[in-house]
Design a protein around this ligand. Structure first.
Ligand SMILES: [Zn+2]
Length: 494
């Protein structure tokens, strides 16, 4: 009975820290495997949004998915700044060309992030949707998935029909939101869902380190959205916490609600959740404890003495991956059985690779720092190389030093989300009391929410560098912080 449905699948995602000095270039999106098309694109992130989308879409009869040539995440991952205009225009141009060549389509799925920032394009995701709409026409249905760190307003939904953002940070429900997007897209194409939506901007801005949904009050915000979805049929709620390290006009918190043809209900729910967030604004911004690096390392020592290990020391503010403040303090306070994962140093890893380093070689180098002031000064490490390997587009060097400490050098920023992949580098996780990592909240997936670590310490340097919780120290040009709590006194609702 069901007519054949053709859905185009496209991917374009970045979380852009616009205060980083290194732009995200066209070259960063082009590497072995990226751009991807056809089945390769559909299989690109099997456990994430696109994986869920493909799995669910294929459960419907008569659905054909067409992977349109799209860039995967840049090889710099989140460690790069403004996406260049050239990268955006070239990549989007190729995506649209693919859409045109392989159309017509009944539907389009866009796997996005929401916090991409492009030089000269104020709302890149909405702009992509606008151009996609031009190609596929007014009758095609367009659905997207988003990260809750997206900086969005109502612009995207002027061109696309639906968007589905994750509700958890760490983002456990990427696959689930992909499944939802597929189901709703097919239903909409078949005339079983007619979207009505409401969007509310909430004038709250804060650093992502505070946004862990594993505890109140951020958990309560997600929970409120989940309750609305559970008690009403066909209600879908996005609570975008926003991404403050992007100097873009739609920065900050946004609530979006989609219903099946019921604009009044969408507005009622959006108002409720926005008002709830606003009422809890003080708690949202004050609950997370963040230590100075010196205090954090001292507390780690105390935790070891009390046998409350493993300890995670998370430098949440390092956005280049090269920051050495925590490493320096670990050396100064003479921590032992500590793993530092990682210090990003493209120049050092390139030199080591060129010289053909191998396990057993002596190591004596100044590493890290340098890339900008937030990275600090390089630190000299003397030790022995345990391993040197190529993987995930990076060169990894594992160095043993001090009292059973291990340092991992990488080419780019590494936000370690769980400890277990380290075993691939030959490391025994039981050999460490302390894991010193670069991450804000994502690490809780594999260090906290699974019961791995007994002590979690969030740290940042005293200086308000670009990943800081002290947003007023950042050189915004397109954002007036005074429009947001806690930097001004906005009235809400306006
Ligand atoms: Zn995110």
């Amino acid at each position: 009975m069901s007519a054949k449905i053709r859905i185009a699948v496209l991917h374009f995602a970045h979380e852009t820290v616009t205060f980083l000095k290194n732009d995200t270039t066209l070259d960063d999106f082009i590497y072995q495997g990226s751009p991807a098309r056809g089945e390769a694109l559909l299989a690109s992130y099997p456990k994430s949004y696109i994986g869920g989308f493909v799995k669910m879409a294929r459960e419907f009869e008569g659905v054909e998915l067409v992977g349109i040539e799209s860039p995967l995440w840049p090889k710099t991952y989140t460690g790069s700044g403004w996406v260049t205009r050239e990268a955006f225009e070239t990549l989007v141009g190729r995506m649209l060309e693919g859409l045109r060549a392989q159309g017509p389509f009944d539907g389009v799925y866009l796997a996005l992030h929401g916090a991409m920032a492009v030089r000269g394009v104020p709302r890149p995701e909405a702009e992509l949707a606008r151009r996609v709409r031009e190609v596929v026409g007014p009758r095609a249905c367009i659905a997207a998935t988003f990260d809750l760190h997206g900086n969005e307003d109502d612009e995207f939904l002027k061109h696309a029909d639906m968007g589905f953002a994750v509700k958890y940070f760490p983002h456990y429900d990427e696959y689930l939101q992909g499944e939802r997007a597929a189901r709703l897209l097919v239903r909409m194409i078949r005339g079983d869902f007619e979207v009505a939506h409401a969007t509310r901007k909430v004038p709250i801005i804060t650093a992502t380190v505070r946004m862990w949904t594993g505890a109140s009050p951020w958990m309560d915000l997600s929970q409120r959205a989940l309750v609305w979805e559970a008690r009403e049929t066909d209600v879908h709620v996005n609570v975008f916490f926003g991404f403050p390290f992007a100097d873009v006009p739609d920065v900050g918190m946004t609530v979006q609600v989609m219903t099946n043809g019921n604009p009044k209900l969408a507005a009622e729910i959006a108002d409720d959740i926005a008002a709830f967030a606003w009422r809890r604004r003080e708690a949202l911004l004050s609950t997370t404890k963040i230590h100075s690096i010196a205090d954090g390392v001292a507390l780690a020592k105390q935790a070891i003495a009390k046998d409350e290990t493993p300890v995670v020391l998370a430098d949440h503010s390092d956005r280049s991956g090269s920051a050495t403040f925590l490493l320096r303090e670990i050396v100064a306070q003479d921590l032992s059985r500590t793993l530092i994962a990682t210090i990003a140093d493209a120049a050092a890893t390139a030199r080591l690779k060129a010289s053909g380093v191998k396990a057993g070689d002596a190591f004596d180098m100044e590493i890290g720092g340098r890339v900008d002031e937030s990275a600090g000064e390089p630190v000299r490490i003397q030790g022995t190389i345990l391993n040197a390997a190529e993987g995930y587009g990076q060169f990894w060097v594992v160095v043993k030093f001090g009292r059973d400490n291990v340092l991992i050098l990488s080419t780019y920023l590494v936000q370690l989300m769980e400890p277990f992949p380290l075993r691939a580098l030959g490391l025994d996780l039981d050999a460490f009391d302390v894991f010193a990592i670069k991450s804000r909240v994502h690490f809780r997936r594999g260090f906290d929410d699974n019961g791995f670590a007994r002590t979690i310490l969030l740290v940042e340097p005293d200086q308000p560098f670009l990943g800081t919780i002290h947003l007023a120290a950042l050189p915004y040009e397109n954002v007036d912080l005074k429009r947001f709590y806690p930097y001004g006194e906005p009235t809400f609702p306006e």
